[in-house]
Design a protein around this ligand. Structure first.
Ligand code: ATP
Length: 202
């Protein structure tokens, strides 16, 4: 099984790209979804987060207050590290379990902060969705109705565009229309089929 890590900066188009891959029939493991499931009410990771950061990061109904947690860790690397130590090993375990259960020649693992969280060892190939910062900002502002400054701060806190380009095996450039994006995904889908076909026939 070839595990392909799909990554890219905020608002680059990862969700759209993974949706297009899913429409074509590619298996998708999305670590954002796994992370959300792991912190659902009643999950051990949520209790551990509340024990570490205090019950202020819970909403009155006992679910995780994402905004409060984001604000708490944003400028505090030690706190961010603590959170990662709770979440990352569980995400890794889930990804490995799901990969074991899949019966397919390749799959896409969506890991937005693949490089920042040094999870490269989970995947054998890196697929980057690349977009210029101006488009990352305008798309995220439109999608989330947030201030451009807020998005720029997040971009600055993530790894650089160049370091992503350096690490990528494959690149989808998302600076055009949705049609152009879909066509690139279709090409990449064929490419991964061919790549795994040629490995299997060896
Ligand atoms: P995040 O890291 O914030 O989760 P993401 O990388 O998953 O973001 P998307 O949510 O796929 O990015 O895209 C960001 C927004 O930009 C979405 O509203 C999406 O519909 C829009 N978008 C992405 N690419 C294009 C495009 N080529 N043309 C028009 N809109 C686009």
């Amino acid at each position: 099984m070839l595990a392909i890590g799909l990554t890219g900066g905020i608002g680059s188009g990862k969700t759209l790209v993974s949706d297009y891959f899913a429409e074509l029939g590619a298996p998708i493991i999305d670590t954002d979804i796994i992370a959300r499931e792991l912190v659902a009410p009643g999950q051990p990771a949520l209790s551990e987060i509340a024990a570490t950061f205090g019950t202020d990061i819970l909403t009155p109904d006992g679910s995780l207050d994402r905004r409060a947690l984001r604000q708490l860790i944003f400028d505090q690397p030690d706190k961010r590290k603590q959170l990662e130590m709770i979440i990352h090993p569980r995400i890794r375990e889930q990804v490995k379990n799901r990969l074991r259960m899949l019966n397919a020649p390749w799959s896409i693992i969506v890991i937005p902060l693949l490089l920042e969280s040094k999870q490269q060892d989970l995947v054998q190939r890196i697929l980057l969705v690349d977009a210029p910062a101006e488009l990352q900002v305008s798309r995220t502002v439109m999608r989330d109705n947030v201030d451009p400054d807020e998005v720029e701060k997040i971009i600055a806190s993530q790894t650089t565009r160049q370091s992503r380009l350096d690490a990528a095996d494959d690149i989808i450039v998302n600076d055009g229309s949705l049609d152009q994006l879909r066509q690139q995904v279709e090409k990449m889908y064929q490419f991964y089929n061919q790549l795994t076909d040629s490995c299997q026939s060896r």
